[in-house]
Design a protein around this ligand. Structure first.
Ligand SMILES: CC(C)(COP(=O)(O)OP(=O)(O)OC[C@H]1O[C@@H](n2cnc3c(N)ncnc32)[C@H](O)[C@@H]1OP(=O)(O)O)[C@@H](O)C(=O)NCCC(=O)NCCS
Length: 235
């Protein structure tokens, strides 16, 4: 058990610094800034999740069941996500557009998921892996990057998970995911054989790391052999 907790129902302020502490089994809470709002998943998100999980890219690059049915997202929202929070092994939020909120209006549509998954090391020594998906119609607008940065901020915070390191991994060739990791400051360390569980096999994968004091901006050149968008340079 971690010694420091965020309060149940705590909400991060507009500068994205989460507030308050929580004592006891972890309940989902909100992290927010002026770009994205990461919220607990609710039943009303099931249709949106079911819809984006029909996308070929999501099928190709993640381990969702296939074919993906509504009952899969129901189980995900009702069981998998809450269990992850309560067991403190897997923190998953729904990504929403902060600009889509209106006074007294409904929760805006779910745009994707952001997960932070700490390993089993002792507090202060844990490494947390990020994983994410964004609905096809919301891609290319920076939502995955903004959501990852917000989750990482909480993850590294001493009032959050107090992580000593974060990791990102993806199957070789998932340049869009790699681009998100790159923009967050991750540095790809290696190509690791049979790193990523795929459908019926394990595929080779990229592994990247981010340390607490690494700048949250590109920390290495964008690979010259990337098919897109050319040769970026580290800031
Ligand atoms: C990877 C993924 C989450 C990126 O989400 P996103 O919200 O589009 O990400 P961002 O907008 O923050 O950044 C992604 C970068 O890739 C670009 N990009 C994203 N999807 C792209 C696509 N299909 N084709 C070309 N470029 C794309 C964006 O323009 C952006 O680059 P830029 O900021 O330099 O212009 C999304 O493509 C996705 O859900 N893919 C399928 C699931 C998946 O692969 N998950 C990760 C498993 S490791």
């Amino acid at each position: 058990m971690l010694s420091v907790r965020f309060e149940k129902d705590s909400v991060a302020d507009a500068s994205s610094r989460a507030v308050a502490r929580y004592h006891g089994p972890m309940e989902p809470f909100v992290l927010a800034n002026d770009r994205v709002r990461l919220t607990p998943a609710t039943e009303s998100d099931v249709d949106a999740i079911t819809a984006w999980c029909q996308d070929d890219e999501v099928r190709q690059w993640t381990t969702i069941p296939w074919p993906y049915e509504r009952e899969h997202s129901e189980y995900y929202v009702e069981t998998v996500i809450p269990d992850g929070w309560h067991s403190e092994k897997d923190y998953t939020w729904i990504i929403r557009d902060a600009a889509a909120y209106t006074e007294g209006g409904p929760e805006p549509v779910a745009l994707g998921t952001m997960t932070l998954r700490p390993d089993n090391a002792d507090e202060g020594l844990q490494s947390g892996e990020i994983a994410f998906a964004v609905a096809p119609e919301a891609r290319g607008k920076g939502f995955a990057t903004a959501a990852a940065l917000l989750a990482l901020e909480w993850g590294f915070s001493p009032e959050g998970l107090n992580l000593a390191r974060a990791t990102w991994r993806a199957a070789l060739g998932n340049w869009w995911s790699r681009r998100v990791a790159w923009k967050c400051g991750f540095q790809v360390e290696a190509v690791i054989r049979a790193e990523v569980p795929m459908r019926g096999q394990r595929g080779d994968g990229w592994l990247a790391t981010l340390l607490p004091n690494d700048p949250r901006q590109p920390n290495e050149d964008w690979p010259a052999d990337a098919p897109w968008p050319g040769t970026g340079e580290a800031a």
